[in-house]
Design a protein around this ligand. Structure first.
Ligand code: ACO
Length: 304
């Protein structure tokens, strides 16, 4: 058994911040940022917060009364919420009038969280039910704007999918390689800390190997995959992974240039963009993969 993505939606805050903004107070340049990362701009919240992004994303899902009735699981994935209690998922249940039987939880697995959430939902969902999986981040609220190593990389945004039970198998894999030093956030005293080069190496080696293993173990031919939908951390990471797999970049969609790294929101935002561009066809085979704090990684193989 598995899950099927029935609908997608996303929302980016209105305020667009280009690389030139950082030149005004950091020793950096548009040229350095775009050539090392692929990022040209990102979106930041102004006077709103994470729940506002979630609310607008769910409105964009345009759920029917029937879909609202069928939702029995709500998972909000985030590593930047300031709401511990009540969790964001139960606020979503209240705001949109989802069923009182809804299982509502927030999870955090850094940038790997959305893909991990797909696996979690697959374990919970029952035939006839729907589930809402939302990735939402306000990274601008945890950044250290005096640190050029991290401040220029991240953006805010949210994306969501409406999932339903499917008889077709979905396949998952994930891993953890304990390392607090290279990527951490000590709330509320310090901003996000990242040793970028270490994370970069982890991404191209461990993730590259785990994609290879995943395809081998599950007897999936890489040529049969229509889209490799990756967490958007750095265009050079995507290019290296694609090159090592010998797969054309056409199969590795990216929006990092416009959106930056939005952590657990990056995959659902990208997925919604390519869905709205009508690039996905029924039966398309998609490999989702993400990596981030922990260090953690997660892979999911679904058919569209
Ligand atoms: N502008 C100008 N110079 C900079 C900047 C900047 N914004 N940032 C760093 N530098 C400097 C460094 O200080 C260093 O200078 P030095 O040689 O004088 O010491 C030099 O550039 C090289 O620094 P590196 O860190 O080696 O640069 P690199 O080419 O590795 O690029 C980057 C850094 C973009 C962060 C890259 O390592 C990367 O993308 N890493 C992966 C990040 C990632 O995948 N994150 C995902 C997880 S995020 C999460 O889970 C929340």
């Amino acid at each position: 058994m598995g899950i099927r993505i029935k609908k997608t939606a996303s929302y980016l805050p209105k305020k667009v911040v280009d690389n030139f903004y950082f030149e005004t107070f950091l020793d950096t340049s548009d040229d350095w940022i775009s050539s090392r990362t692929g990022i040209k701009q990102r979106h930041f919240v102004e006077d709103s917060g994470i729940f506002d992004l979630i609310e607008k994303t769910i409105v964009n899902l345009n759920l029917s009364q029937e879909e609202i009735r069928r939702v029995k699981t709500i998972v909000v994935v985030t590593c930047t919420t300031s709401f511990a209690i009540p969790n964001l998922a139960s606020q979503v249940q209240e705001r949109f009038g989802f069923s009182k039987e809804t299982y509502s939880l927030d999870i955090n697995m850094g940038c790997s969280g959305f893909v991990a959430g797909l696996k979690l939902v697959e374990g919970i969902i029952k035939e006839g039910e729907c589930a809402l999986l939302i990735g939402a981040e306000v990274l601008s609220q945890i950044l250290d704007f005096s640190d050029r190593n991290t401040a220029v990389l991240f953006g805010d945004g949210a994306g969501a999918v409406l999932l339903e039970y499917s008889k077709k198998n979905s396949i998952f894999s994930s891993g953890t390689k304990r390392n607090k030093r290279v990527l951490s956030y000590d709330h509320p005293t310090k901003g996000l800390h990242m040793e970028g080069r270490e994370v970069y190496k982890f991404a191209v080696t461990t993730i590259g190997k785990s994609i290879d293993n995943f395809l081998k173990i599950n007897n999936i031919k890489k040529e049969d995959i229509n889209y490799f939908i990756s967490h958007q951390a750095n265009i050079r990471i995507l290019e290296t992974l694609a090159k090592n797999l010998n797969i054309s970049m056409d199969k590795f969609p990216s929006n990092i240039e416009r959106v930056g790294n939005t952590s657990s929101a990056s995959i659902p935002i990208l997925l919604d963009e390519i869905n709205r561009e009508s690039r996905l066809k029924h039966g398309d085979k998609i490999l989702f993969f993400a990596f981030g704090a922990g260090l953690t990684w997660a892979l999911a193989y679904l058919e569209w």
